[in-house]
Design a binder for this molecule. Structure first.
Ligand SMILES: *[C@@H]1O[C@H](CO)[C@@H](O)[C@H](O)[C@H]1NC(C)=O
Ligand SMILES: *[C@@H]1O[C@H](CO)[C@@H](O)[C@H](O)[C@H]1NC(C)=O
Ligand SMILES: *[C@@H]1O[C@H](CO)[C@@H](O)[C@H](O)[C@H]1NC(C)=O
Ligand SMILES: *[C@@H]1O[C@H](CO)[C@@H](O)[C@H](O)[C@H]1NC(C)=O
Length: 198
């Protein structure tokens, strides 16, 4: 008798067309943190951080996610990494808010945001066109030495890491970061089937 054990792992792909924006929205930012703003992380020194969406006014005309630290009225931005002059943005800033707490969550990745795609929806942080192709910058966060750094990340592996500003310097953090998600599937590995063939 031959016994063949087959195991199926059924991974529900929630990503496909079911990732309509949910739970979160953007408010105009005027220097005051709204009470329903999404708290993205608190630095070791107690300073709170939020997610902003900005339009860097340049030839690319993208919208991208960036960071607002507590008490900031402007955001310094430049494209990654070096070679661009930072611009100071204080107009048309939006801040990420949630309609209920704990509906959007940070999920860890080793290196690439697309590790999460099979089981999570990712919060869109903007949109842009490059070389005839549309890109969605998603929202990434890395904590280094007790400080939160928030910026954009892509599911395209050729544009890896989370692109952040450190003061007026643009840089990338390439591993051990988090991506803002919602509606992640719990571990849905279904038990397999055992077939006995004679
Ligand atoms: C500034 O934003 C806060 C939070 O969203 C809001 O409560 C306040 O009314 C705004 N102030 C002005 C002058 O619009
Ligand atoms: C932010 O501003 C408020 C009011 O001016 C002040 O009390 C608070 O200490 C400031 N927080 C930080 C982290 O700078
Ligand atoms: C930010 O800049 C400071 C000062 O140059 C440096 O010590 C720190 O490592 C930088 N952090 C990141 C995440 O690049
Ligand atoms: C999910 O389930 C699989 C199979 O049972 C297991 O190997 C894996 O470690 C689980 N992952 C998590 C994150 O729990």
């Amino acid at each position: 008798m031959k016994v063949i054990v087959l195991c199926f792992v059924i991974l529900a792909s929630v990503y496909a067309d079911q990732c309509k924006p949910k739970y979160h929205f953007w408010r105009p930012y005027n220097g005051t943190i709204p009470t329903d703003a999404f708290l993205a992380g608190t630095d070791d020194n107690g300073r709170q951080n939020y997610v902003a969406k900005i339009v860097p006014l340049d030839k690319y005309q993208w919208t991208v996610p960036q960071q607002i630290r507590q008490n900031w009225s402007y955001i310094d931005f430049s494209w990654c990494c070096g070679g661009y002059n930072p611009v100071r943005i204080d107009k048309a800033i939006e801040i990420l808010c949630v309609d209920k707490p704990n509906t959007i969550t940070w999920e860890k990745v080793d290196r690439y945001a697309d590790e999460l795609k099979p089981r999570c929806c990712l919060v869109e942080g903007g949109i842009g066109l490059y070389d005839g192709k549309i890109y969605f910058p998603y929202i990434g966060k890395a904590v280094r030495d007790g400080i939160n750094y928030i910026g954009r990340t892509y599911v395209d592996r050729s544009w890896d890491g989370v692109h952040i500003m450190n003061g007026t310097t643009s840089t990338k953090i390439l591993s051990d970061f988090e991506v803002l998600t919602y509606d992640c599937e719990k571990n849905t590995s279904e038990a397999g089937a055992v077939l006995t063939l004679n």
